[in-house]
Design a protein around this ligand. Structure first.
Ligand SMILES: [Zn+2]
Length: 447
């Protein structure tokens, strides 16, 4: 087979590859990386050169946890706005959660509805998770065959009535079905009995909200999930881990060979309970942001591999649902465009490298979802990139964010790492925070 002619060469003194950071020129043809060459390599005739100088060229981020809410709750978010925010923030692939849209992604018909809505609006590549409900076990295999990346379930109330949680018996039935066809179950792990037993004190105090979502709820749910995964030899993934108390359980399960992976999110890793102002429900999410000492242990767990990846859990709503009462305000943090600088700011403070950040935010989530064409700068992968000035800083102005409702817990923060441009399959999709496009494709599970 003749090689396609190189169309584009991306050059930087700092290219993050799976083998480390080096000066290189990355050759692109037909939307794919064809070679990673020496920095000074001759540019082939007919190819365009983009030289980024000392700005870092890294693989486009893969965000496997985004609530786009489209169709149905498009006043909260939508594919147009969410994927523009993603592109501006250096994300080139996102996977949409099955709930908060109407319909939820719980049947193949519903999946088709969502795909049709997303198709013309996608500024980045978009794939879909399915949903596991008490009454849709029969729909799981057809959804798997239709290309969803796995199935999300809740073990406690989800916050929307059309997406009920599974009890332990229902989890066992769904997990057995999913394991039977080699699928992946991704789990919101908070135990409902511990939540029921916790005090609910209405009002603006963050400490009251934190007490209503105790660590034991996470620890118990994760313990039960590990037991079920072990018994069924099922592949499971813990969504948005916050409780560091669960880390020893998870580490032991991994060591024993239980097929479990874990994600955490920028808000658990960069914000702390101690700093949340009273009434500031833009900081509310479930499980909650916990104390600084808890956060230190989450970072240790990223370093030792107990936590695999970092994804946004971007879960917006309209501003009016973010009331000053933590007990009733909508739970969800909007951070799609800010995950990379938020995490890089904290990572560099803690002595971690950009290679670490790329592993947590691009390579590992791509691997979780089986996206073998994403997540690395190497020949054969899609030509998806972010160009980052890691030493530059900016102050978060919500007016510059592209997601629909400009509410964010990061407002006013000064962050390190400016995304200069984003590239999807060799086409520039954002320039200094301004998205172009839409040129995203809809993705289906590859294996
Ligand atoms: Zn979520």
């Amino acid at each position: 087979m003749a090689d396609a002619a190189v169309e584009l060469v991306l050059r930087s003194t700092r290219v993050i590859t799976p083998e480390g950071t080096r000066a290189a020129s990355v050759a692109v043809a037909g939307g794919k990386i064809t070679a990673v060459l020496a920095h000074g390599a001759e540019v082939p005739a007919g190819a365009r050169l983009e030289d980024f100088g000392d700005d870092v060229l890294l693989p486009g981020l893969v965000d496997t946890h985004v609530h786009v809410n489209d169709p149905g709750r498009t006043e909260w978010e939508g594919f147009w706005t969410a994927t523009r925010a993603a592109a501006a923030g250096g994300i080139t692939t996102l996977l949409d959660m099955p709930l908060n849209s109407l319909p939820p992604t719980t049947t193949t018909d519903n999946l088709r509805v969502k795909q049709e809505v997303a198709r013309a609006k996608a500024h980045v590549d978009v794939g879909f998770w399915g949903g596991a409900l008490p009454d849709n076990v029969k729909d799981l295999r057809p959804l798997h065959d239709a290309g969803v990346f796995g199935f999300k379930c809740f073990l406690s109330p989800s916050g929307v009535e059309e997406f009920p949680e599974l009890d332990q018996e229902q989890l066992a039935a769904s997990l057995a079905e999913v394991a039977g066809f080699g699928g992946l179950m991704i789990v919101h792990a908070e135990d409902p009995h511990h939540l029921d037993a916790a005090p609910v004190v209405p009002g603006p105090k963050y400490a009251d909200f934190l007490a209503s979502r105790p660590r034991d709820a996470e620890n118990t749910a994760i313990g039960n999930l590990i037991a079920q995964a072990r018994r069924l030899d099922a592949r499971v993934h813990v969504l948005h881990l916050s409780s560091s108390d669960a880390l020893p359980l998870i580490a032991a399960a991994k060591a024993e060979g239980v097929r479990i992976t874990v994600e955490s999110c920028p808000h658990y890793l960069t914000l702390t309970a101690e700093e949340v102002p009273d009434g500031a429900s833009e900081f509310k999410c479930c499980p909650p942001i916990r104390e600084a000492a808890n956060q230190d242990l989450l970072w240790d767990a990223l370093a030792d591999g107990t936590i695999d990846c970092i994804v946004s859990d971007h879960s917006p709503s309209t501003a009016d649902l973010k009331t000053r009462d933590f007990s009733t305000a909508w739970g969800g943090i909007s951070s799609l465009q800010l995950g990379l600088p938020a995490i890089w700011t904290e990572a560099r403070r803690r002595g971690r490298t950009l290679e670490d950040v790329v592993r947590w935010m691009s390579a590992a989530p791509a691997e979780l979802a089986g996206l073998s064409r994403k997540g690395a700068i190497e020949a054969g992968r899609d030509a998806d990139f972010a160009v980052l000035a890691p030493e530059e800083t900016f102050t978060v102005d919500p007016a510059h964010l592209h997601h629909r409702n400009q509410v964010t817990a990061y407002a006013g923060k000064t962050l390190h790492g400016v995304v200069k441009s984003t590239w999807l399959r060799g086409t520039q999709i954002a320039d200094h925070g301004t998205p172009t496009g839409p040129t995203g494709l809809l993705l289906e599970r590859q294996n």
